[in-house]
Design a binder for this molecule. Structure first.
Ligand code: MG
Length: 204
């Protein structure tokens, strides 16, 4: 099966997979799906499927319904081991950027799959930054969710991202904080087939 390219306004499932099962799933509007960048938007209140409790993958879990707590735009470079997220409050006020360390997005028949790698970098308008969730990253390493080799890659990717922040490179300088969603989009639901792993297709 060939993985498809998505059109603006289509709703896709952005999922995290762990041990061959769905660990998290969120519905997103596709802002654009280009060879150089994938942009996905999850509005406040979007109905997600999440595991209760700790955000660190474990062996047993059931998914529960949970609404999205902010308006979030995700900018991903295909193949890159991080996305840049932009957070807005419910009233549309821009809050901050977040560099989300993660396994690169993989295309599926319903959207995109990845797995979070716990470590985040929060970036403020004044270009200051701070590492977030280092304790979760350490805990994930202790539990073997992130092995030593993967951890080294995450830390190297974080260093590259910090370099880009300090030079204020794209996408930070691109004005995305002034971006607004299409007013007709509303709140998306997870697309049909979001819960089927066999819907996943290889990237290429
Ligand atoms: Mg994260």
């Amino acid at each position: 099966m060939t993985a498809r390219t998505w059109r603006r306004g289509e709703v896709v499932a952005l999922r995290e997979l762990w041990n061959g099962r769905i660990w998290k799933a969120r519905p997103c509007f596709v802002v654009h799906d280009r060879p150089d960048q994938i942009a996905l938007y999850v509005p406040y209140g979007a109905p997600m499927k999440l595991p209760p409790g700790s955000g660190i993958p474990r062996s047993e879990w059931e998914l529960i319904d949970a609404p999205m707590h902010a308006n979030v735009l995700r900018l991903a470079t295909p193949g890159a081991a991080h996305s840049v997220l932009l957070f807005w409050d419910t009233d549309g006020t821009f809050d901050s950027w977040r560099v989300n360390l993660e396994r690169p997005l993989r295309r599926t028949q319903v959207g995109f799959d990845y797995l979070d790698q716990e470590l985040d970098i929060r970036v403020c308008r004044d270009r200051s930054w701070e590492l977030l969730d280092e304790d979760d990253f350490d805990e994930a390493r202790r539990r073997g969710v992130i092995d030593d080799e993967a951890a080294e890659e995450v830390l190297a990717e974080a260093r590259r991202a910090i370099d880009r922040i300090e030079r204020w490179e794209s996408p930070f300088r691109d004005g995305w904080e002034r971006w607004r969603p299409d007013p007709e989009w509303g709140v998306p639901d997870l697309p049909c087939g979001w819960d089927r792993i066999e819907a996943a297709a290889p990237v290429d």
